[in-house]
Design a protein around this ligand. Structure first.
Ligand code: FAD
Length: 507
């Protein structure tokens, strides 16, 4: 008779994180805070020789939740990472070449009874309003004036979900989290992984062997090895869903430049003929980059274009070209290995979602953390949740490219892609009815979609019948009164640089 071998439950006592980029140290920091150090030992393996991807400086507001759960003070973090505040993203040239709109981290305007702001705005337009939708946002008005304040300083209608994030030095952030993690018992192991041992019968990973002869063993492995995806991809062969038919950019070059004027509290995403540039001001320097499709722009052309754009000498240190393939692992958790960060997927830098996806993965892992190695259920649920998260971000990013009216070959190509059905449904419903079908979960809510849809020239054909409680003229008067309040509030706000000068003193 054949004996079936059954693996016995084994308590997780050793967690091994491979990789010390933003993903690795965020994971180490969060696990060292969430798990009891007496029960579980966390080791992080990284190779100075390989280094990190060295980009990723713009964040979204969720990072504040991550930092506060870790108990990190905002001023300490901002000092350590040269951070500035970020109220949103300015998109230049994304609709047509002259278009210019913002995506803020806050809601627009003010509702009147049950008439939401979008309907008031559409009615006001019928009464002659010429202003763009994004003029009705305190965060955007403040951004344009290089001003900043915290939500608690705003009067009621203006604090409408007002929020902010940071621009930060990603290398310094990883260093800061390394210190945090080591103080909580995480052991860092230097070395390059040259071999991986798995065991029978289940094929789980049991140890990593390094080029210096060290062996690092564990029951759970977290692959934060970046684009190399050493464990989840090279070893475990988790399939990669390639989304490059939807997202055409596959390359980037980054260059830092000196700061010539006081930093503005927003990221810039400026479209060019075959992709876009980013511009991210920190306290003392700027992060710049060009994202492009190698099918439409050569690396050399991209570099020359970027250098010309930021007016830099040819001697400035260049990071890239960095190649990427937009997409996500079919399963981020395979056997006893969970991929977090670039190893699990990457769409592209637009909308600064990668650090958020790292954070979301960590939180889901902590919620589902198994006590022993019988983790089939946790694994299935984790993979389901991560897939959902990536899909909602994917649709939102595709929207920016799809909804353009530019004439260059790259942009025409983006206009003609066969977008996912979920996005098609969302755009068509909005166009006809003005309704934005909400995600039940996911990252981007109504104001984010409104920013891009209105910003790139799509206006709904109709208003909600409830809006007929008001005449068009009344709606116009109402939105203009809102604008007066907003302008007066922004006039009184301190400058963004005032806050930066006082970090650690005022808060
Ligand atoms: P990496 O930083 O590449 O780290 C990989 C780690 O694995 C390193 O420590 C390396 O030494 C280690 N490693 C690899 N192989 C081995 C081995 N064999 N042995 C030992 N160690 C090994 N995200 C945002 O949120 N906002 C942005 O504005 C943003 N901009 C981006 C711009 C570009 C052009 C790109 C490409 C990405 C951007 N991202 C952004 C994404 C962001 O950079 C990453 O999500 C983040 O840096 C996490 O990277 P990582 O830690 O997964 O990988």
């Amino acid at each position: 008779m054949m004996m079936q071998s059954v693996s016995r439950p084994k308590l997780i006592k050793n967690i091994v994180i491979l990789g010390g980029g933003t993903a690795g140290w965020m994971t180490a920091a969060a696990l060292s805070k969430a798990l009891k150090p007496d029960n579980i030992q966390i080791k992080l393996v990284e190779s100075e020789q390989i280094g990190t991807v060295g980009v990723g400086e713009a964040t979204i507001p969720h990072i504040r939740t991550f930092n506060s759960l870790l108990g990190i003070s905002e001023s300490e973090l901002m000092q350590a990472t040269e951070a500035t505040f970020k109220l949103g993203i300015q998109f230049k040239g994304w609709g047509n070449k002259d278009s210019d709109y913002f995506h803020p981290f806050s809601d627009f305007g003010e509702a009147y009874q049950q008439i939401n702001f979008q309907n008031l705005y559409l009615k006001a337009k019928q009464a002659g309003l010429k202003l763009p939708f994004d003029n009705f946002s305190t965060a955007i008005a403040a951004s344009r004036e290089k001003k900043f304040c915290f939500a608690q300083n705003l009067p009621p209608p203006l604090l409408n979900n007002y929020s902010y994030a940071y621009h930060l030095n990603a290398t310094a952030y990883a260093r800061f989290l390394r210190q945090y993690s080591e103080q909580r018992g995480v052991k860092r192991v230097e070395g390059k992984v040259t071999a991986i041992k798995t065991k029978l019968p289940d094929g789980d990973i049991c140890s990593l062997t390094l080029d210096n002869g060290k062996t690092v063993a564990g029951e759970l492995f977290i692959d934060c090895s970046g684009f190399r995806a050493l464990l989840i991809g090279q070893l475990l062969k988790s399939d990669y869903q390639d989304w490059s038919h939807w997202l055409k950019c596959d390359s980037a070059i980054a260059i830092q430049s000196p700061l010539h004027s006081s930093p503005h509290p927003y990221t810039q995403a400026i479209a060019h003929q075959a992709g876009w540039y980013w511009h991210i001001p920190l306290q003392t320097r700027c992060g710049n980059g060009i994202v492009y499709s190698s099918q439409y722009l050569s690396d050399q052309q991209a570099l020359v274009q970027l250098q010309a754009k930021i007016g830099l000498s040819k001697n400035a240190r260049i990071n890239g070209p960095i190649r990427f393939r937009p997409g996500v692992r079919q399963r981020a958790w395979v056997k006893n290995c969970i991929a977090i960060g670039l190893s699990s997927g990457f769409l592209e830098p637009l909308e600064s979602t990668s650090i958020h996806l790292i954070q979301a993965s960590i939180f889901k892992l902590i919620e589902l953390m198994p006590a022993d190695n019988q983790f089939a259920l946790a694994r299935a649920e984790y993979n389901r949740l991560i897939n959902y998260e990536y899909n909602t971000v994917r649709d939102f990013i595709i929207l920016h490219y799809y909804l353009n009216q530019r004439k260059e070959a790259f942009w025409q190509d983006c206009q003609s892609i066969d977008i996912p059905d979920s996005l098609k449904h969302k755009i068509e419903t909005f166009k006809l009815t003005g309704i934005l079908t909400e995600n039940q979960q996911g990252l981007f809510f109504k104001p984010s979609w409104q920013s891009v849809l209105f910003g790139q020239g799509l206006t709904p054909k109709q208003t909600d019948p409830r809006a007929d409680l008001m005449t068009n003229q009344q709606a116009l008067d109402f939105v203009l009164r809102y604008l007066d309040k907003q302008d007066e509030t922004v006039r009184q706000m301190p400058g963004h640089d005032c806050w930066l000068n006082q970090i650690g003193v005022m808060r």
